[in-house]
Design a protein around this ligand. Structure first.
Ligand code: UDX
Length: 459
């Protein structure tokens, strides 16, 4: 199928590469010249496990262009995967989605049928808006267009984007048009029936079942995306709230999570207490959902509380440090992990940023390490967020991080940090304190290695 994809961010690029691998004829459009230059050279602009090698494999079958007119007229299906950044009040800004729809409608051929799919995460009702934008352009052009608009929310998890695309739990399609539903079913047929040969680096999981394609109305499809993300966000916030109480009463939240997770109605996933969620989705989507609710004068106290608890986790880390070090002024703190989660260089809304800003504001010297996100963090933090004479250093050497430091804070649970030589690190530090923001180590193990260990919700 001839497919045009507008936007080559995490969602757009992953989708483009996966569809090309499934033998669709894909043209990806992006206005960002630097991204296009990289893509033309076969380089992925984002760090996502497996994406670079898959891109190299399918690159010769794909086209990348800044020009919708080169991608859209011939296509049967057009996917909009542009960003919906938060506005000041938290609502998602759909300007880029509407602009993309306008540009698409300007180059659609009269009479030819197109399925225009919104993959970006958008407020409920955006499909309708997109259909209106398209109709307005057609009437301005004085042509009879034939475009069916559909919603196809994306559940991409960074670090696992390709697994999620090849082996999804479900595919959700919201559309009124049978033709659009049929086109999307044909697009995803290799995935729905798992008829493709798995890429060598991404074998089909042993217990994987064929995914259902759920069809519904566009508003419900748009709501499914927000509701799914908010539910996962509040599951994590719930266990973090319990973790705080575990600390008060002397219980171990990892044991509690194990115990409740064994109840199949609850399930054991997304119950890892720690520094909470960051990234480009949960913070933005929970805020956007509250924005949608506010417009209807509807209150969502559970969602509000999930956000409060989440951001409180960052403050609690600082409180734990103050608790053991008395003052942070003049202290040297090593930060292990900058990315908002492992296997990505994405630092958007990462807990590390807030923690570092606060430590520096309180007069501490901060040394920060990350396997791949240092450059992104440097850009984010060296701006106006920190004062000119702030004491922030980045290092690629964990020994340098620990040397003579007053405390280490484990912020991101990279694999590398699961295998630290604790005993050696403890010996190099001024005071061997480990604040384990992701409960990577057992308190016994860390204590045996010489650390004063403080986890999240543990005795
Ligand atoms: C999420 C959703 O998983 C995905 O379906 C949606 O499309 C976009 O938002 P992502 O933001 O990439 O994806 O990351 P995810 O793996 O869900 O983790 C989000 C955050 O929650 C991370 O900061 C992670 O560290 C944190 N987390 C996750 C926990 O603190 N505890 C957990 O048990 C799980």
């Amino acid at each position: 199928m001839k497919v045009a994809i507008i936007g080559t961010g995490y969602v757009g690029l992953t989708t483009a590469v996966v569809l090309a691998y499934l033998n669709h004829d894909v043209t990806a459009v992006d206005k960002d010249k630097s991204k296009l230059d990289l893509l033309h050279e076969g380089q992925s602009p984002i760090h996502e496990p497996g994406l670079q090698s898959l891109l190299e494999e399918v690159q010769h079958t794909m086209r990348f262009t800044p020009n919708v007119a080169e991608a859209v007229p011939d296509a049967e299906l057009i996917l909009i995967a542009v960003g919906t950044p938060p506005k000041k009040n938290g609502e998602a800004d759909t300007r880029h989605v509407e602009q993309a729809a306008k540009e698409v409608a300007e180059v659609c051929l009269p009479e030819k049928h197109y399925t225009l799919v919104v993959k970006s995460t958008v407020p409920i009702g955006t499909n309708q808006k997109v259909a209106e934008v398209v109709e307005n352009v057609f009437s301005a052009r004085g042509i009879q267009g034939n475009v069916s608009v559909a919603s196809n929310p994306e559940f991409l998890q960074e670090g696992l984007a390709l697994q999620g695309a090849f082996y999804p739990d479900r595919i959700v399609v919201g559309a009124h048009s049978e033709e659009a539903i049929d086109t999307l079913r044909r697009l995803y047929q290799p995935i729905l029936e798992q008829t493709f040969d798995s890429p060598s680096t991404l074998p089909r999981p042993a217990a994987y079942h064929l995914p259902p394609m759920m069809t519904t109305d566009p508003n419900s499809a748009e709501m499914i995306k927000y509701a799914a993300n908010t539910f996962l966000a509040l599951k994590i916030s719930f266990i973090n709230e319990i973790a705080g109480l575990c600390e008060e009463v002397g219980a171990d939240v990892t044991e509690v999570a194990r115990g409740i997770g064994l109840d199949s109605r609850i399930g054991n996933r997304f119950l890892q207490a720690g520094l909470g969620w960051g990234g480009s989705c949960y913070p933005k989507d929970t805020a956007a959902l509250l924005g949608v609710a506010a417009q209807s004068g509807y209150e969502m106290p559970i969602t509000e509380a999930a956000r409060t608890i989440n951001f409180r986790q960052r403050e609690r880390i600082i409180e734990k440090l103050r608790g053991v070090l008395k003052t942070l002024k003049g202290k040297t703190i090593g930060i292990l992990g900058l990315a908002f989660k492992p296997n990505t260089d994405d630092i958007r809304e990462a807990p590390s940023l807030d923690i570092i800003r606060e430590l520096v504001a309180e007069g501490a010297t901060v040394r920060a390490h990350d396997p791949i996100a240092i450059e992104n963090a440097r850009r984010a933090l060296n701006g106006k967020a920190l004062s000119a004479n702030s004491e922030l250093h980045f290092t690629e050497d964990i020994d340098k991080l620990a040397y003579d430091a007053d405390a280490l804070v484990l912020v991101t649970e990279w694999d590398l940090y699961h295998k630290l030589e604790l005993r050696r690190l403890a010996k190099q530090m001024k005071t061997p304190i480990l604040i384990d923001g992701r409960n990577v180590y057992s308190p016994q193990e860390a204590k045996a290695a010489g650390f004063h260990y403080i986890g999240i919700g543990r005795i």
